[in-house]
Ligand binder design. Sequence first.
Ligand SMILES: [Zn+2]
Length: 506
Amino acid sequence: MRFYINPRNKYIEVYGEGREGIIIFPTWVPGSYVIRDTERYVVEIDGIRIGKNRFFVKDKFRYLIQALSKDQREAISTSDYLFINPASVFPFQTIEEEYCVKINVRWPIHTTLKKVGDWFCADNYNEFADSPIQASPKLKLIEIDRNHKISTIDELDKPIVESLGKCTFEIDQNIFSDSSTNEYIFFFRRSDTDFGGIEHERSSSIVISWNYKDLIRLFIHEYFHRYNVKKIRPKDLKINYESETYTELLWVAEGLTEYIAVIVPLRTKVVKVDDTLNYIANTLAWLTFPGIRRMSLAESSYTTWIKYYRRDNNFLNVGISYYQLGLIVGLIMDLEMIDSGNSIYNFFRELYKIREYTYGNVRDIAEGLGVQNIDELVFSRNPPIFNRLSKFFKLSFVDKGFPYCGLMLDNKKVTFVEDDSPADKAGIIPGDEIVGINGISSSNLNLECKDKLELVINREGRLIEFTIIPDGNPGHNLVIKGNGEIFKKWSGGIEYGEGKSNIRII
Ligand SMILES: [Zn+2]
């Protein structure tokens, strides 16, 4: 199929050419485990609607699609900027045919699609859908090195660009020994919202806010997906553009990628050990809530379409993130492998030989490299992560036993109530607004939870009184300290480090 596009402000006008018959707009974009229904952006079309995302068209047809999404999984078109994630803009007829696009702008255009005359082409729809397009009169290409570039309309500090080079080198050379890699582009844009990133085989798209703290980790997470997900993938993670696809292995695809994004910047000395341990401490702290007793790592992967990607403010009570628990399982795997003279780098080199893997492959490779009983980490609800980590790190819960209510707040609004906590027993629910404390109206709220609290709550416009009797905190915030031989190998030669979590629960 061929598409000739006229970008306009807020819309993209598309002239399509294919065979007379059915065209199908994807209902989700690969890499994002939620049905996004981006076909809802079609606003005009020369064709007969035969389903929510399917149309019958002549061999030539025109459509207009709304392009106002700042999300890098979708598309935006303005008077001086164009970004397209093709799966959210272009339909397909069959997967295995050539797809080309011609873009009617006089601006610089960056994409990993092949340039054929005035057209940009891919051999099939999968490759086409996986190749974003960015264009703007202000667009520039920042070179990290010969094969790695950043396409952006913004500025990036030189030290960050150099740090990225060290990390991509570590992944290409020291993990995969792959020096034949083609050009890779980071499509990067600063925004007013942290949308995060999405991986493609030869690029990734990253949209984050100006104050984003963890930029290196996000870039390296997306870069590692070039291998883990794009070249190495769960055997059952098949792409079907119109329906959900299930695997219990997203913790390998995402959680272990998140671990690599933490450990590679440490080992290349791009990030300090205490910053790394602070991040690990916070990740562990998020795994101290009731959700870990109700959902295993495998279940978290399997149910992501209906649970993690659609989580609400009770999620900490009912589930866990396969990013967070997957990161910690990656840490445990790496430490146990180092203890046996290997490391998680060996694990990925072995998985790279298999390419399409099953859980059996993961278990065999991990246990062959020194990991003890991986089943209990993956399939148990309430897996013994603290127990297994305590062999390598000194862990202490600093708030355990201190008086607490079990509440998280955003100013006066309750954002979370821990199950079975004093606040839960008193009857507080998320969304409640605290308007009075112990007979005083709360304007500038600095709520402490040490003694009995008489609260006046605004719930749906009604005022209700509650009494909370504080009780002992079960332990959420922790300090993690490491030293010794294994720690030194793990950290890339550092003798000692410590980190502390800072979750605000009162
Ligand atoms: Zn990811």
